[in-house]
Design a protein around this ligand. Structure first.
Ligand code: HEC
Length: 142
């Protein structure tokens, strides 16, 4: 019995080596260079892992207090791509980059502060993309 198992293992090992030995190195390389975990693409919106991290921190610092750490809404409306059922706010996909930018830059008399001059143009641009994709899962606090 034991010997037979060993025999099969050897065969399987040999097969594995011949079938994907050559590609293995390439796959690993690509993983390290071009596909860091955490890049996000939804529809035609893309954020690199670094942009996701930057925007998450910005959001947490500047926006979460009023819009909720999971973007579900608090004193301010939710900022999810699609409106949850029964919620009046349209969802960030409908607002789109231009609509989001206008809200963020100018604020509203209804309690949304204006961020032009506080956030850089680049930060606002990343935020408009961040708000259109599914919020990252927030690790539970203590
Ligand atoms: C002081 C609380 C507060 C903070 C901080 C805040 N917001 Fe708001 N935000 C609001 C309120 C209140 C509204 C609703 C305004 C209205 O209806 O006139 C709003 C509306 C919005 C809207 C329009 C949403 C919709 O569906 O109408 C967007 C987009 C938005 N905020 C993004 C942001 C972003 C991005 C940040 C961080 C940079 C941020 N907000 C920080 C209170 C806040």
């Amino acid at each position: 019995m034991k010997r037979k198992n060993l025999f099969y293992l050897t065969i399987i090992g040999a097969l594995a080596l011949t079938s994907c030995g050559g590609d293995k190195g390439d796959v690993v390389e690509t993983k390290e260079e071009a596909t860091p975990t955490g890049d996000v693409t939804e529809g035609d919106i893309t954020l690199t892992a670094a942009e996701m991290e930057e925007a998450s921190m910005l959001y947490f610092d500047r926006c979460a207090g009023c819009h909720g750490s999971s973007r579900m809404g608090a004193t301010g409306p939710h900022l999810l791509p699609d409106a949850p059922e029964g919620n009046n706010a349209p969802g960030t996909k409908i607002l789109g980059a231009a609509g989001l930018k206008a809200f963020i830059e100018n604020g509203t008399p209804g309690g949304m502060p204006e961020w032009k001059g506080i956030l850089t143009d680049d930060e606002i641009e990343v935020m408009t993309r961040f708000l259109q994709v599914t919020p990252p899962v927030i690790p539970p606090f203590g």
